[in-house]
Design a binder for this molecule. Structure first.
Ligand code: SF4
Length: 375
């Protein structure tokens, strides 16, 4: 039999070539890394609460944050919110071109508004001109649940083709104003519909794509749906920025988004945890121990692979790729290992501490500075 050849060094797919844009300092599209976005859940009229939440999202690793702008009172706060964080702030506007103009004037890094919904080409012209003057991109956000009536009647349901046709209509309105700093999303709550819509869009135009499954649900269901939908597309090379939509604290959206990218090798940094599912060979409460370790190391900034394994027999070997790991054993002892090789034996109740200390020293060595480790 001939050799099987090597697949490991190949990317999963060639990345789709999209037209690059900039959200302030953040590059999106082209060959820029895929970024993670989220949306504040606070009332934007409450300036301090929105600033606080945007800062929490920034600290969690969010690359860009969107805020809802339902009225003038919310628009009044945009300048202060944008100044209070270092990540780009994007104004989310529905139907009201006047609010879009106010947001652009306030200094946001991007606007999400659908040109077909703001009352005619004259208003589109005003918004496009203002955005162009300030170098602000516009995201067209097509949603399967709010398609134009005529498209729904023609296709009979929110078909991927109807979603892409809707996007193209909005795009044309901006292109007619000589505006091309465009990003497009085609979200649906049904994963196959969303995947098909983005695939079709990727073949239809070259604008950057913002991926998401909309109304995906709670932390567990929404994370799974998002990981499947967004993950499939990214694995095919489609997508430039992502948002995991969850009915949960938006910090969770960011964490899930980052893990999603890391699992596809599209983002570096931070701790990657390898932990076994435990089985009858394990003699400690692995689930609680692993949760404690994950919490203790969640803010590590350097790339480090950590393993928590339930037994001495298989643990170190199964976690060969981890930089450092522990394996629990019988008789209240356990092993600390590096790259699958055992370096020391500890009492089981000292293992967690030994692991955290070892990660601390690895991170220190790699970064030349002390890591942040939760107590
Ligand atoms: S590492 Fe040991 S305890 Fe964990 S699943 Fe494998 S055999 Fe079971």
């Amino acid at each position: 039999m001939s050799g099987v050849g090597s697949e490991s060094s190949k990317p999963l797919s060639e990345r789709r070539a999209s037209r690059p844009i900039r959200l302030g300092k953040l590059a999106v599209g082209g060959d820029a890394p895929v970024s993670v976005q989220s949306m504040a859940t606070t009332d934007t009229r409450d300036r301090q609460a929105t600033i606080d939440q945007c800062r929490m999202l920034q600290a969690a690793g969010c690359d860009a944050v969107r805020v809802a702008v339902p009225d003038d009172d919310a628009a009044d706060n945009l300048g202060a919110i944008a100044k209070a964080v270092t990540i780009p702030v994007i104004a989310d506007i529905h139907f009201n071109y006047h609010l879009a103009l106010r947001a652009i004037e306030a200094g946001v890094a991007g606007v999400r508004v659908n040109p077909g919904n703001i009352g005619g080409q004259k208003r589109v012209r005003e918004v496009a001109r203002a955005a162009k003057e300030r170098g602000i991109p516009i995201r067209i956000g097509v949603n399967g649940g709010s398609l134009e009536k005529e498209l729904l009647e023609r296709y009979g349901y929110p078909a991927p083709e109807a979603m892409v046709e809707s996007a193209v209509r909005h795009i044309r309105m901006l292109e007619d104003e000589d505006f091309f700093d465009i990003k497009v999303s085609l979200k649906a709550s049904d994963v196959p519909t969303m995947v098909r819509a983005y695939r079709l869009a990727a073949k239809t135009f070259d604008y950057a794509l913002h991926l998401g499954v909309t109304e995906a649900g709670t932390l567990l269901q929404g994370s799974v749906k998002s990981a499947v939908g967004i993950g499939m597309l990214l694995a095919e090379g489609i997508g430039d920025t992502i948002r995991v939509s969850l009915t949960a604290d938006p910090v969770e959206e960011v964490k899930v988004g980052i893990h999603l990218l890391k699992s596809l090798g599209l983002r570096d940094g931070g701790m990657t945890l390898v932990s076994c599912p435990t089985c009858g060979r394990c003699s400690v409460d692995m689930i609680t121990a692993t949760q404690r370790i994950e919490k203790a190391l969640e803010n590590v900034s350097e790339e480090v692979h950590v393993a928590v394994m339930g037994c001495e027999v298989n643990g170190p070997g199964e976690a060969r790729e981890a930089d450092v790991g522990i394996a629990y054993g019988h008789n209240n002892v356990g092993l600390l290992f590096k790259k699958g090789k055992v370096v020391r034996r500890f009492a089981a109740d000292e293992l967690e501490e030994a692991l955290v200390a070892e990660v601390r020293s690895i991170v220190e060595e790699r970064s030349g500075k002390l890591p942040i480790v939760n107590q």
